[in-house]
Write a protein that binds this ligand. Structure first.
Ligand SMILES: Cc1ncc(C[n+]2csc(CCOP(=O)(O)OP(=O)(O)O)c2C)c(N)n1
Length: 657
């Protein structure tokens, strides 16, 4: 039997199906998500949670004229399936395939790209304001999660809503989870909102609207009443805890019980986000409202897949899994540990030795490895929510009181806290330690998640010490070293498995700014090439050296370890005797480590040519594996060897007359 999904090539086809047919479509989409992602992985749980919501959105609104703005946009897979991309769906997050997030260049139905949390409300508000100014009539619908509300930017947008527009539709997709369990007062507040009996009053309020606006008000009304039951059943599914009532306005006064209303948004909800007819009628209603409105929708992360329901954190985003059981393959014996786990386990060791160490994550306990600390030393572990700026300034505050906070944030997410690094940490020269995971590529996530800019954005800031370990043992050394510096200290390391070297029982405290010479010149009289391989590129430099030696070169390999301060003496020493210097970094070439080598050598009047190997001055696309992208852009053994040989081949050519 053919599927309704096969008939849907665009949102116009969603509009042709009856509600029961759409309910069947929801089931088909769930199957497609579960089966389609099994091979390559992806954000399964969040997408299973928004199936009915996305269908209802496309049933009621008309993209691309109407604009959907999704926060983070990791939950747009269903939207992709319904907007002409279903035939390419199984290529998602793979080389040449669909991107895992909303991407303006991928489809006219993706009105705003994202990957970082907390941007949707601002972007949508900007669109609504632009629409009002130009006098057009498209609807702007912003879909944001409960964890997006832990982010400051979301509140900046809400604060600015009233003066910005009269028409705006927000959908709060509340599933109680961030990647891990959502944290903080806002999440407790949302819980109170759900469990508070005053929602009945709100539902009655909705009733009045429905009577006034909808021709088939009776039908919608029945649904609204069902909503109340629906909410309760949804609540049982979502296992909400009763967190107290909201008799007043949540601030101790006797005004509106709902914060959103104070911000200028009419609040509707909570409603069951898996009840398709209810969602459709509520969105129809929202469409006709001539004032900003927010609909509080309760959904279940992982809905329809037992394994995902049981383990929402694991199924937020994962690699390949068994489509029947949800099982994932265990790591092959002998696989090196993940850098993130080495970092988390080292935190536990550091805390044992130093009573002032605390670990901080911005909603990423598993991704950063801080979960190890959470488990072993909950008293030393802090999750601030998706709040990178706050987290960095919070750490700065703790540092003024004698603590040594270790802030573990992915390189690309830390970009958001740049001013906090500058103004609150570096300017006051506070000893905050930053562990920057995903420094380098996050291949299948793509450009929103690649961490390719941190060396450049940090090396211009005074007081910074910045390092990059070549392997997991050096990561441990660097963390112990960082705990002894009295300055802002940054450690960048890549996503995924480490090199597989043994960890020394007692970590080495490194001399700040000192490189390590791994392989000296053999002084055989052959052409000398000095390879400076930073971080994970050190291993590539070593392999390239072996090949170049076979080709007749005399090759030295240096592990720079520090990008600030760089070891000027070692760079000068090797550059003076080499015929060619090659710098290798898992970072954009523009302003990165290689640039600092060029500056240093120029200052020392060393004129040896320098080839910089790194990522080009463009946003690098997503791909199935990091190795594919490294090969494509020449950050590989072959790429290095080819560039070196090409350099000398060109040098040997006679100069044209
Ligand atoms: C600035 C930033 N920090 C952290 C992340 C990592 N991250 C991706 S999704 C997510 C949780 C989102 O939760 P929510 O908005 O409630 O959506 P849900 O997945 O629950 O549907 C986090 C922390 C990010 N994308 N951007």
């Amino acid at each position: 039997m053919s599927r309704y999904l096969d008939m849907v090539d665009g949102p116009e086809h969603v509009k042709k199906l009856t509600v029961p047919q759409l309910q069947d479509l929801a089931g088909e989409i769930r199957t497609e998500l579960i089966e389609g992602l099994a091979k390559g992985g992806g954000h399964l749980g969040p997408n299973l949670g928004v199936v009915e919501l996305t269908i209802a959105l496309h049933r009621v609104f008309d993209t691309p004229k109407d604009k959907f703005v999704w926060d983070v946009s990791h939950q747009v897979y269903v939207h992709k399936l319904l907007t002409g991309r279903k035939n390419r769906f199984r290529t998602i997050r793979q080389t040449g395939g669909l991107n895992g997030f909303a991407l303006r260049t991928e489809s006219e139905h993706d009105s705003f790209g994202a990957g970082h949390a907390g941007t949707a409300l601002s972007a949508a508000l900007g669109m609504a304001a632009a629409r009002d100014k130009r006098g057009s009539d498209e609807n702007v619908v912003c879909i944001f999660g409960d964890a997006a509300l832990t982010n400051g930017i979301s509140f900046e947008a809400l604060n600015n809503l009233k003066p910005s527009t009269k028409k705006f539709i927000g959908i709060l997709n509340d599933n109680e989870w961030s990647i891990a369990k959502n944290v903080g007062a806002i999440s407790e507040y949302l819980n109170k909102l759900i469990t508070n009996p005053s929602y009945n009053k709100l539902a009655r309020d909705f009733e009045g609207f429905v009577r006034r606006y909808l021709p088939k008000g009776d039908f919608a009304l029945k649904l609204a009443h069902k909503a109340e039951e629906g909410v309760k059943s949804a609540i049982t599914g979502v296992t909400l805890k009763q967190t107290g009532s909201l008799e007043a306005d949540g601030r101790g006064g006797q005004g509106s019980p709902v914060l959103f209303e104070e911000m200028g948004l009419r609040y509707l909800g909570p409603i069951d986000g898996h009840n398709l007819p209810l969602l459709i009628s509520t969105l129809e209603f929202a469409k006709q409202c001539d004032h900003p409105i927010v609909i509080h929708v309760l959904t279940q992360k992982g809905k329809g897949f037992e394994a995902a329901l049981k383990q929402p954190e694991k199924f937020h985003g994962l690699g390949p899994y068994n489509a029947q059981t949800g099982e994932t393959a265990p790591a092959k014996p002998g696989t090196p540990p993940m850098y993130q786990d080495v970092m988390g386990q080292t935190m536990v060791r550091l805390c044992e030795q130093n009573g002032n160490i605390v670990g901080l994550t911005a909603a990423m306990p598993s991704g950063t490895g801080m979960k190890h600390l959470e488990k072993a030393r909950p008293d030393r572990y802090i999750d601030v929510g998706i709040a990178e700026e706050h987290g960095v300034i919070f750490a700065a505050g703790m540092a003024t009181m004698g603590f040594r906070p270790v802030v573990a944030i992915y390189s690309s997410f830390l970009q958001r806290a740049y001013d906090c690094i500058h103004h609150d940490v570096c300017l006051q020269d506070l000893p905050v330690i930053f562990c920057m995971d995903r420094a380098g590529l996050s291949a299948n996530d793509g450009p929103t998640h690649h961490g390719l800019f941190d060396i450049a954005y940090l090396r211009c800031l005074p007081n910074v010490i910045a390092m990059a370990p070549a392997n997991e043992d050096e990561l441990v050394d660097m963390m112990f070293t960082a705990a002894q510096t009295n300055h802002p200290t940054f450690i960048r390391y890549p996503r995924g498995t480490a090199e597989g070297v043994a960890l020394k029982p007692i970590p080495l405290i490194m001399e700040i700014g000192k490189a390590m010479v791994t392989q000296k010149f053999a002084d055989t009289g052959r052409t000398k090439v000095a390879l400076f391989g930073l971080g994970p590129m050190h291993a590539i430099a070593l392999k390239a050296a072996a090949q170049l030696e076979k080709e007749g070169y005399d090759v030295a390999v240096i592990n720079p370890r520090f990008t600030k301060p760089i070891d000027a003496a070692v760079h000068e020493e090797f550059a003076r005797v080499a015929a060619l210097v090659v710098t290798l970094e898992d970072h954009t070439i523009m302003g990165g480590y290689g640039s600092s080598v060029l500056e240093t050598l120029s200052e020392q009047r060393v004129t040896t040519p320098v080839i910089r190997i790194g990522w080009p001055d463009q946003f690098v696309e997503h791909a199935t594996t990091q190795d594919e992208l490294r090969a494509k852009y020449g950050l590989s053994v072959e790429g290095t060897v080819t560039k070196v040989k090409a350099h000398f081949a060109k040098a040997a050519q006679p100069v044209a007359a």
